[in-house]
Design a protein around this ligand. Structure first.
Ligand code: AMP
Length: 309
């Protein structure tokens, strides 16, 4: 099948208790596309960068079968730049800088060849741009998934709610689910959010795994205990990429298959946090991913016979 990703392709500067980077490659779209490439070989991307973005990174995406026809390069402009600093627990972070640059006036032009795409992943971006992409697709994809963040809830909640009405699946973390719904209980939050539009919801809980909701069904995937979490940046996007790449490759949106996709996404995300930025994701191979998925399966596997009476 085919997967279209829309998202930031950017520079990041990150500070964690383990160290600090200068400008490195980041962006939600970058993480999603690299991660999805482990499962889906037919990928498209709609994004924008400035003329400061390195060709080597674009080549890396091409080599991973990401078609770059939809990636606009704006001459004389700068790429999106984000900088964040993690607290000691690595679960929370402060955004230090958000320079929208080319993203400020981003017009997500869909190349004609991308029409008819099977799966759509709307990475973290302005909610109006995310909605525009759905409207510009002439055929409704089999599944429209979307990520967002507290930044948009703070400054564009009304637009975000409009976008939620046109998507099938929302992927957020626990803090974002609580902010969006106004509910502390994630179960209550899941109901409030699904009443806003998306039939499916995934709530990521950082090192504690992820929850998938649809109708009355709930699935809980574990978080893989890791000795060291070096840099969580992009873990959420990497999860989304693995999830959507797996769904697109298997072309099955049943709840049972979505459970497998959640584990696929979790496995990729567990690699992402092991080094700064996208570094670890570009080192690993297919066998590493398969072995890690086996670890997830083993971690949650148990048998039990209920003794009744
Ligand atoms: P995550 O750690 O999964 O939340 O994703 C971090 C990535 O999101 C970084 O690589 C940033 O470049 C990107 N990012 C941060 N803020 C924004 C924003 N407002 N719009 C688009 N992308 C963003």
């Amino acid at each position: 099948m085919s997967l279209l990703t829309v998202g930031s392709v950017a520079f990041d500067a990150i500070e964690t208790p383990f160290g600090k980077t200068d400008k490195i490659i980041g962006g939600a779209g970058t993480y999603i596309a690299i991660s999805a490439s482990f499962f889906e070989k037919n990928q498209n991307i709609v994004a924008v960068v400035g003329d400061d973005f390195p060709q080597s990174m674009l080549d890396l995406l091409s080599k991973r079968n990401v078609d770059l026809t939809g990636l606009q390069i704006k001459q004389g402009e700068k790429s999106f730049f984000w900088s964040g600093k993690y607290h000691n627990d690595m679960n929370s972070r402060d955004t230090l800088i958000t320079e929208l640059n080319v993203l400020e006036h981003f017009d997500p032009i869909i190349p004609a060849a991308y029409q008819g795409v099977d799966y759509l992943m709307l990475g973290n971006l302005t909610p109006q741009v995310q909605k525009l992409v759905v409207e510009r697709l002439e055929t409704r994809p089999k599944l429209v998934a979307m990520d967002t963040m507290n930044f948009w809830m703070d400054i564009a909640m009304d637009d975000l709610k409009e976008t939620l009405k046109v998507i099938d699946l929302l992927i957020v973390n626990d803090e974002e689910a609580r902010q969006l719904s106004g509910e502390n209980s994630l179960l209550k939050a899941s109901k409030v959010i699904r009443n806003m539009g998306p039939k499916y919801l995934i709530i990521k809980k950082g090192e504690h795994g992820a929850l998938l909701f649809h109708g009355d069904n709930i699935f809980s995937a574990p978080g893989l205990p890791l000795e060291e979490v070096f840099d969580p940046t992009g873990a959420g996007d990497t999860f989304a990429g693995g999830f959507m790449g797996y769904l697109s490759n298997t072309d099955d949106i049943s709840f049972e298959n979505m459970k497998r996709a959640v584990v696929a996404g979790s496995a990729l995300a567990s690699f992402c946090v092991e080094k700064f930025g996208t570094e670890r994701l570009t080192e690993i191979n297919q066998t590493d991913v398969e072995n890690r998925i086996e670890q997830f399966i083993a971690l949650a596997d148990f048998e039990m016979t209920l003794q009744v009476g």
